[in-house]
Design a protein around this ligand. Sequence first.
Ligand code: SF4
Length: 495
Amino acid sequence: MHISKTDYLEYTYCRKNLWLKKHKSELFDGVELSEFEKKIIEEGNAADADARNLFPGGTLVDIVGTNAVLVTSRMLATRIKTLFQGAFLFDGFFVQADILHWNEELLGWELYEVKATNDVSRTIPHHHVNDLAFQKTVLEGDGMRIVKTGVIHLNGEYRKLGEINYRELFIVEDLSDEVTDAQEAVEAQMVDMQSYLEAPEEKGCECLYRGRSNQCTTFAYSNPDVPEYSVHDMNRIGASKKRLEDWIDRRIYKIDEIDHPESLEGAKLAQYNAYTLGRPLVDNVAIKEELDKLVFPLQFFDYEGYSSAIPKFDGFGAYEQVPFQYSLHIMQEDGSIEHREFLITEPVGDLTRPLVDRMKLDLDPAGTVIVWFKGYESQRNMKLAELHPEHAAFLEQINENMFDLMTIFSRNFYVDAKFKGSASIKKVLPVIVPELSYKKLNVQKGDQAIERWEKLINVETPQKEKDQIAKDLLEYCKMDTFAMVEIYRFLKKLV
Ligand code: SF4
């Protein structure tokens, strides 16, 4: 069994998960990567490929896996100056290094790891220094002389304007000293990892002491005594480590087993009360106060945004969100509803100008603009204002008149235990308006919408497919704003 760099990084985050992947891979059958996870991998590959432009004339080992080791040694024998994806094996550990560059002065190799991030990370599981220390150990073990180590990451300040300038897009950070300092500890971890993977399975797993959002799909397998709805589902319980530890150590798993509930507060107490009472907690006065602030026409508004590690559109930088679509449901005081929408289908010229121009026609800045999670929409407006200063006053006014419908739930004015401590629309909607479902739509999630839009604007996509994608994206975004309309109507009936 070979241990790759990815295995090592996974081990530092969760050794049990790695053990299960190596010995009980059937547990992961049917577990597919989400569109979001696939995109992260694609972004990493794209950054890796583009960073090669910093080393013109380099040679690529075009094979993945241990078969690349022989090819690598043959290439190195030809005294090449730069090698991309060179593969090395040492003592059961396997590495494919992003960039190796010969340093004539120091008579050794510079080892670079390309990261599709805006900075060097020094936290687990994406600890770039330890990542390089692992690679350096394997390469040196395999006889390579490494004289310099560094990370090549994206420059968060860079904004695309015409052709990409790779020297400006990437930042090369020399981490040689840090990597050398980290090497001894990383080598010890590598030894431990080998023993751990050869040992029998350890019982349970550490996520017993972590909130639900940290757990992977094997949690129930490792912790069969924990019910499906447990104390791990309490609102932000992962941040209350001591409290969770105390419950778990005393085998308090169910919410209604919690002793001393009077010590709970805020959202946790509200969730506990809703759970034990078996009905939602509703603060009618607070909800009425909030809804009374809204000014007609009510404009339920939602953007879909696209981002990529390597910026694709002028004016945008790495991972900057590009609003490519919006949906708008307009409700008048008499309850009548009208729908408007816009989708960029051809990424030509000044990309977002037609979108803002249409917003000016569709939105009435005097009425309240209702969104879910204000931070996202308001930041997109600020970016559009920066790109289109002539519309800045209009966009700023929209932000001033913006109301975040999520606050009704995040401020615990309406709490249903079935939300499991969350105020996300994906948790709230199925409980409040169960008949409204994304399940019948071809696009059901934001990360899917990103992938679909990428396909829509690809010149190679056949027109018939483009038409279908456009229809699916419009349906999806329309559902987002209609969901808010229905949640508003539901709340209005309560007060
Ligand atoms: S549930 Fe958590 S601790 Fe358990 S295997 Fe998964 S990630 Fe690791």
